[in-house]
Design a protein around this ligand. Sequence first.
Ligand code: PLP
Length: 305
Amino acid sequence: MTEYVFLDGEYIESDKATIPVRTHAFLYGTGVFEGIRAYYNPDEDQMYIFRMKEHYERLLRSSKVMWMRSPHTLDEYCKITVDLLRKNEYRQNAYIRPTLYKSSIKVGPALYDNKDSFLLFSTPLNEYYTEDKGLNVCVSNWRRNSDNAIPPSVKVTGAYANASLIKTDAHYAGFDDAIVLNEAGQVSEGSAMNLCFVQNGKLITTNTTDDILVGVTRNTVLELAKYLGIETVERAVDRSEVYVFDEVFCCGTGAQIMPIIAVDHRVIGCGGTGPITKQIQNLYYDVVKGKVKEFKHWCTPVYDR
Ligand SMILES: Cc1ncc(COP(=O)(O)O)c(C=O)c1O
């Protein structure tokens, strides 16, 4: 089946979509992007795009910091995305990657006098992690880029060299992933996901000011916890606290809700999926498929039914 992408105002076949080798974003990492998921609900024969609007709102915030003039409005981005998924005729879970990028052919890092282009592609995707029992992670000896270097709240392509080093060094050290500290030595997040902790029945997550990407899934987890009657706390977290929390899990569009069962070889809680993690995980997988009426407004249907 032909797979389409949307590039510079046109839907074109994926293998015909190319960009010039001297494109600024390729040379300097000057793109901002999002990762969005769409879930197939077989009972309704429907695809639901999860929290699309919130992702494009973040894309627009990122673009502002990076001196971009967005070629489309929020509503146009949402429409283009629904249309692309329709054209690709998915009936399976999919991943959607919009990128706004500096597309001038020029050498030198400046963001001014530099054209802005938009690329959108989608691909079938189920699980990001193959480990179904939970993750065995370390605390990385790399630090997260600070807000005064490359702001982590801006989802800029160049910043992902930091995530790549964290993830790859964790892999070669025998771990599934890593927890990252910020320059102040506090816990920030995972390589490409946010972190949540459970202590005495309360759900804790790091502050938005602790050098994190403020995740859409993080917000979803906070909302779901409130819905389930679980108290939530946003606060700074020390490394040593992580070893002794009752439950630890990571959350993100790719990772979804994934338990962390060991940190630096210290077993977390029961060494499996803790009860609050399980409750949130179960609810999350129903919510993303449009099965929970209280959260259906987060799910954009792709097909007319
Ligand atoms: C660095 C980083 N932190 C957190 C997240 C989680 O964000 P979201 O839940 O919006 O996908 C991601 C994934 O996109 C990420 O790359």
